[in-house]
Design a protein around this ligand. Sequence first.
Ligand code: SF4
Length: 236
Amino acid sequence: MAPEITAAASPAEKTWQTHLILNNFYGELDLRKPRRDAMHELISTMLSHRTTHANEEKAYYRMRELYPTWPEVITAPVEDLTKAFETAQYPGPKAVNIQKALKLIQEKSPDFSLLFLEEMPVEEAMAWLMSLPGVGLKTATLVLLFNFHKPVLPVDTHVFRVSQRVGLIGAKVTAEKAHTILLEMLPPEAPVLFNFHKHLYWHGQRICTWKAPKCEDCPLQILCNYYHEVRLKGLG
Ligand code: SF4
């Protein structure tokens, strides 16, 4: 019989068990069909920084309504593009970065197809995406995992918070470093990484919320550091 997992298990064991428990809790997701095309994923994720999903979508679709093609977005007056992005946080810097990024994409791929990323080795694809203004680790990994099924792991604020509370990563680990640490503890298989990302994201939104985690409803109690060290001791 397999030993029962506890909060004292190694981070690697806890990471795998977290994956299995949340797969069971939320149901396993199919990675085959991307939720949106690669350019949409890239530009929307650039808009999403410190912005709710609903407001990111409003900004993206307002831009598409005013400027239906990418060359039109590039040549739009930056103040008008900024206005189109007004539902997003930091609309001005985002408008500037998106125009610059689109110009660089056009130089590499005149029809704005990102399909060339499919053939690129992961490190090269990450480096190319992150050379675009306004594109960081989270955005690059999201595009490469969701659209090209590369073995990378996006870590957003929810994935990061749940991972720290459960004890998959240490309290001093940065979000940037968490991308590598968590990735190294999981098999390099896109469906596993996709489910891990989505499930921790949902978990952080619905149960392990920032202000008041609903530990009483959580299937991760048994292995969670926060639950044992804070909640059970009445400290939070
Ligand atoms: S037990 Fe509580 S702190 Fe731990 S993952 Fe669940 S909700 Fe978050």
